[in-house]
Design a binder for this molecule. Structure first.
Ligand SMILES: O=P(O)(O)OC[C@H]1O[C@H](O[C@H]2O[C@H](CO)[C@@H](O)[C@H](O)[C@H]2O)[C@H](O)[C@@H](O)[C@@H]1O
Length: 282
């Protein structure tokens, strides 16, 4: 993070990012802040079911939800998993928040508190049925996360996750494609998911729906790249924006290198949200 005056947001390292942050601070009521969950608001842990928010994250989110036009979490997770891990529904006094789950397939908002979710593609059931046989000889520690609309093969708990992922990827990709799905890489996972849904499309639709005039996007993994690319395109079309990388040794170089601002993992993200709250509420 670039040094800046106390209680000022850190200075982005690009002029376009600086313009995006300035636009957000000048007209926060027309701004969208769209955050990833795993690796950005919650530290990466061995088991997905243990990924709770970083200390202070929920309070920072609650506070900033009152200072800006729209706050969103755009995640690969199912909405119900995110609600459970964050305890969001039990936090009183949360402002305007939208959750787009499973890369935009699912939606929840703090007004209706209802989850909208399409029926899974038929290919999901076929992939689910084929996985046990395909993974029969996979390294010990390989695990499947069933997200109903998609399946995720996790290798983080194997002895050599990189080798395990490299060995499994060709067969898993073929399986997904045979059933009209796509295989998408993540941190020590391969997601087998419906094609045509990514965080870029989800972000563009959200910006149009909330008529945002500026955007801040934060992420840490390949799944966030389409959202970063969308910010570039939006900027070219005249909408200011800033991309933030929640850094850690596992972050893909492409995310770290193209971000306008790099913060130190989920604790750094919480610190950024807190300084934005201070600035906007002051
Ligand atoms: O878009 P996100 O909110 O970042 O979600 C992407 C995937 O994150 C989860 O997996 C990652 O976090 C796990 C818990 O820390 C970790 O064990 C795993 O290795 C990471 O890849 C989640 O389990 C997936 O369903 C999400 O799609």
């Amino acid at each position: 993070m670039t040094e800046s005056a106390p209680n000022s947001p850190p200075a982005p390292r690009t002029p376009a990012g600086g313009a995006g942050l300035a636009a957000l601070l000048t007209a926060p009521e027309r701004a969208l802040i769209a955050l990833d969950y795993d690796g950005t608001l919650a530290p990466i842990v061995p088991r997905p079911s243990d990924a709770v928010p970083a200390p202070g994250a929920m309070d920072a989110l609650r506070r900033i939800s009152h200072e800006i036009g729209t706050l969103a979490i755009i995640t690969g997770r199912p909405v119900d998993s995110l609600l459970e891990l964050t305890g969001l529904e039990k936090i009183p006094d949360f402002g305007n928040l939208i959750i787009l789950g499973q890369y935009g397939l699912q939606r929840w908002d703090s007004g209706s508190r209802a989850i909208s979710s399409p029926e899974p593609l038929p290919g999901v059931a076929a992939v689910r049925a084929a996985l046990p046989e395909l993974l029969r000889d996979a390294p010990v520690g390989t695990a499947v996360e069933d997200k109903h609309q998609a399946l995720v093969v996790h290798v983080r708990r194997t002895a050599d996750p990189d080798s395990a992922l490299a060995a499994l990827t060709p067969a898993l990709t073929a399986l997904a494609e045979d059933h009209g799905m796509e295989a998408a890489p993540g941190k020590r996972v391969l997601e087998l998911r419906p094609p045509g849904h990514d965080k870029g499309g989800a972000l563009r639709r959200l910006i149009a729906a909330c008529q945002a005039r500026s955007v801040l996007v934060a992420g840490d993994d390949y799944g966030d790249l389409p959202a970063f690319e969308a910010v570039d395109e939006l900027r070219a079309g005249g909408l200011p924006g800033i991309t933030v990388c929640s850094d850690s040794p596992e972050v893909p170089d492409v995310i770290r290198e193209r971000a306008d601002l790099v913060v130190g993992g989920p604790p750094g993200m919480v610190a950024l949200l807190e300084v934005l709250v201070e600035r906007l509420s002051g």
